[in-house]
Design a protein around this ligand. Sequence first.
Ligand code: AMP
Ligand code: MG
Length: 472
Amino acid sequence: MTLTIPFSNSYGKLPPRFFTRQAATPVAAPELIAFNDALAARFGIARGPDDVLARIFSGNEAPDGADPLAQVYAGHQFGGFSPQLGDGRALLLGEVEAPDGTRFDIQLKGAGRTPYSRGGDGRAWLGPVLREYVVSEAMAALGVPTTRALAAVATGEPVFRETALPGAVLTRVASSHIRVGTFQFFAARRDFEALKALFDYTCARHYPDARTPDELLTAVIDAQASLVAHWLSLGFIHGVMNTDNTALSGETIDYGPCAFIDDYHPQTVFSSIDRHGRYAYDNQADVIVWNMAQLATCLVPLCNDQDEAVERFTAAVHAMPGKIEAQWLARFGAKVGLSNANEDDRALISDLLDLMARNGADFTNTFRALAHGTARDQFTDRPAYDAWHSRWQARIESVPDAQSRMMQTNPAFIPRNHRVEEMIQAAVAGDFAPFHRLLQVLGAPYTDQPGAADLTRQPAPGERVQQTFCGT
Ligand code: AMP
Ligand code: MG
């Protein structure tokens, strides 16, 4: 028996220079780790037996209607331009449509080498696969636009990094895998015919109201401004905001070295390769503007009057910081209970964040405690907190539903770095219970779950994770 996936593929109809058709490289002994039934049901995929799921989502068996291909793209990595990247360890199996007509990519990550693998082995090990599974599903439950995880399969083969590690394949679902870097690939080659085809395809798939490059640019800027403000409001650090990891859809993509802040400090960096803090927590707003400037540059050749287009696009990019700030104010306003925070409230929120930074207060627990009325416990400098608290009380006294607003915007649970690490270590030793428990608890992040209080604890000094790594 096999599994029926109602594929409806479109990317493969783009010109051949957009991708390379490529089958997955079979693995030795695929074994299902997890399958996301709720997500599968949205696309009309009914669960099959575990061994069938394992064969399909390892790439050992291509389901009917699949059209496996590796997409090509380019990208600025840490500011330096790489003209040729692409799916080096991933394959697009095909696309499915949700009942509302929205199209989703189903992609295998870790499915073997492709023409874009460069020196890499095309594989992934269990750690990054489970990390992406847990963190992307947690982001979805938190309400953040994101790629999702449909399945994880152990390959039964070792992957060699610094040591031999167990191999795995992640099945990722995304609104698409079109990146700023996809536009850069064709723009850098001055392949304007392909660029126009990509533009038309992107508008049709993501922004059907957009007719012009200006309209597409504005739509993407708005989506990304909202996304990054959302990240900031949850203490999320993406960690590798290269232009190839910035999706046109406005979804969070690429959960390599990402991490959530424990004790709040605005310059926090976890990624081992981010030596100069380019992608530090509070640089993310600046970086996304820079990435949108790269997209704007790619769109200029599609305009008839290019000098005027440069002026208009420059204005659109310059308007982005204001958009992010407005989104930031709305999100952080809600976190302190306000329904329509105004410019005066900005100081109230910033003063709280400054106090948190000085006191090493835990980002998630402090905001959750504000909702519960117990935030004072999070601070060492109690008089300073008390002074802030009086200002805050005076401001929210007359605001209706402040507490429920805070409960809905300040999660009790985030995928804490040390818990993710601990879960990976258990899985490598053959124990998947912590993985399943994290998934379950993080599925309801805004609900207090007394049985999972241990997952709200910030790391003890010995548990602290200092560095995170790309999945390679
Ligand atoms: P990332 O840092 O995950 O955004 O990946 C950057 C580029 O490196 C992409 O083109 C990936 O496909 C490629 N890459 C990462 N890991 C591997 C690997 N193990 N084998 C082949 N290519 C890889
Ligand atoms: Mg990437």
